[in-house]
Design a protein around this ligand. Structure first.
Ligand code: HEC
Length: 86
């Protein structure tokens, strides 16, 4: 898995670095979190630190991602999710 992730991030970085949050979101979060009816309890008013905590801890149906992302990654993904195209 870590080898796969390395390759994945390597590819993402090689092309357009600005795309990374979008790519991570598309790869790991889109199945459960979208702006349509599939969105699961993604309340944009939740403070960012709380969101990061939740993502790290895993909660309810939410898998834990602490092994995969650092805070900077999570911040950029959360930013991206807040600004998802409708
Ligand atoms: C398997 C489905 C699933 C996947 C994949 C998933 N989530 Fe979640 N997520 C959930 C569920 C279910 C909750 C609600 C948990 C709860 O509070 O009971 C949640 C809650 C959250 C929350 C808290 C929202 C709030 O307002 O409190 C954030 C932030 C979040 N997810 C971000 C992410 C990110 C970022 C990813 C990708 C790295 C991701 N999720 C991938 C199912 C998923």
């Amino acid at each position: 898995m870590s080898v796969l992730l390395f390759v994945f991030l390597g590819l993402a970085q090689a092309s357009e670095p600005d795309d990374i949050p979008q790519r991570l979101y598309n790869a790991y979060c889109i199945n459960c979190h979208t702006k349509d009816e599939k969105v699961i309890d993604f309340n944009e008013s939740t403070p960012e630190e709380k969101m990061i905590e939740k993502i790290r801890a895993g909660e309810g149906g939410m898998p834990t991602y602490s092994w995969l992302f650092d805070d900077e990654d999570l911040k950029s993904i959360i930013e991206y999710m807040k600004n998802l195209p409708q």
